[in-house]
Ligand binder design. Structure first.
Ligand code: NDP
Length: 329
């Protein structure tokens, strides 16, 4: 019996902040699997800031959106993925899909909640782990500043640095988030970047300077970090969300790059796929920290595919704490 599915299409290229009118939810029929195929019903889809760049550069109006998802195999003619098993894929932003199995990764729903494979045990967790420890060359005890610190990536960065004996300063966009960073995630200092002066706060939280600035935001916070870096400091550039909706009036780039010269500071961009080879090591280490209660995670969940566009916009207005998800089943 074929499956009725809904999926999200890009209707128009967003200009500035995306609106509901830029997206369209269409109903489609997903056929029963042929030999070698499966049908998957997505349980959760991931909502990620990088998709904004795809909408500007690669996805044209009329494109069916894709993104991370975890779901259950509901019909199978592929022995590798039996009915009732769970898989991770890049076939999100739809309720059901048909697949020949390529690009599907089995996940064990008994080890950890399904949703965590899109968050702390998945792409954002790997981004935090690899970006801090590999790209940022973090050494035990060093001081770290992380922006967008209450988000999926940032909250994990700060907690890893705490596990490794560091001093951690984080910034976020509300007093409530700031309180959570200190009280629940164990940050040494946190500030609301909308009301506080970032440089003053860095001086308070890390008086001797910062060894690693984990860059998620750009703009004024990057400038403050550059000024307050210690000699031989590293800035892994993970993202610059403050710039993603720039249109006519771009957010200014850092005006103080000269700070890098005499302090030998290194800025290095990275993409999470650089750590694909270290997935097993990451899962083992992160799984252990979660089991031992040394790392905590939060999720913000919208219900139903109709809410996908609201969830996506919420990334740019700070609606989420922790991983932004849409629950589909
Ligand atoms: P988050 O869960 O951190 O959600 C985004 C958060 O960014 C919001 O909650 C909001 O929190 C903050 N934010 C939004 N707009 C601004 C702004 N103008 N200035 C400051 N903060 C803002 O998302 P992720 O953890 O998934 O991603 C964090 C960063 O990492 C992003 O830049 C993303 O693009 C990047 N990334 C890069 C990857 C890579 O491979 N290089 C992989 C994954 C993510 P607040 O309330 O604090 O403002």
């Amino acid at each position: 019996m074929p499956f009725t599915s809904r999926q999200v299409y890009l209707k128009s290229t967003p200009v500035g902040m995306p609106t509901d009118d830029d997206f369209e939810v269409r109903e489609e029929t997903i056929d029963d699997p042929s030999d070698g195929e499966v049908v998957v019903r997505n349980a959760y889809m991931s909502v990620d800031p990088y998709m904004r760049g795809q909408m500007r550069m690669n996805w044209k109006p009329g494109t069916a959106l894709v993104g991370g998802a975890v779901g259950e195999v509901v019909a199978s003619k592929n022995p590798d993925f039996p009915e009732g098993s769970h898989v991770n894929s890049n076939w999100g932003w739809r309720e059901y899909y048909n697949s020949d199995g390529r690009g599907l990764a089995p996940v064990d729903a008994s080890l950890a909640p399904l949703s965590t494979y899109l968050g702390i045990m998945g792409m954002p967790g790997l981004t935090a782990w690899g970006g801090l420890l590999i790209t940022g060359e973090y050494k035990d005890g060093e001081s770290v500043f992380v922006s967008a610190a209450s988000g999926a990536v940032g909250s994990v960065v700060g907690q890893i640095a705490k596990i490794k004996g560091g001093t951690v300063v984080g910034s976020a966009g509300s007093d409530e988030k700031v309180a959570h960073l200190v009280n629940e995630f164990g940050f040494d200092h946190a500030f609301n970047y909308k009301t506080a002066n970032p440089l003053d706060e860095l001086q308070k939280g890390a008086p001797d300077g910062i060894d690693v600035y984990f860059e998620n935001v750009g703009g004024e916070q990057l400038e403050a970090a550059l000024t307050h870096m210690r000699p031989y400091g590293r800035i892994p550039i993970c993202g610059m969300i403050a710039h993603y909706n720039d249109s006519d009036n771009p957010t200014p780039g850092p005006r103080n790059l000269t700070e890098t010269i005499y302090k030998f500071v290194q800025l290095r961009g990275f993409v999470v796929s650089a750590f694909n080879g270290q997935q097993a090591e990451f899962r083992q280490e992160m799984g252990g920290w979660i089991r031992d209660g040394r790392i905590r995670y939060q999720e913000t969940t919208f219900d139903g595919i109709d809410k996908a566009s609201a969830a996506f916009r919420g990334l740019f207005t700070g609606v989420n704490e922790g991983k932004m998800l849409v629950k589909l089943a």
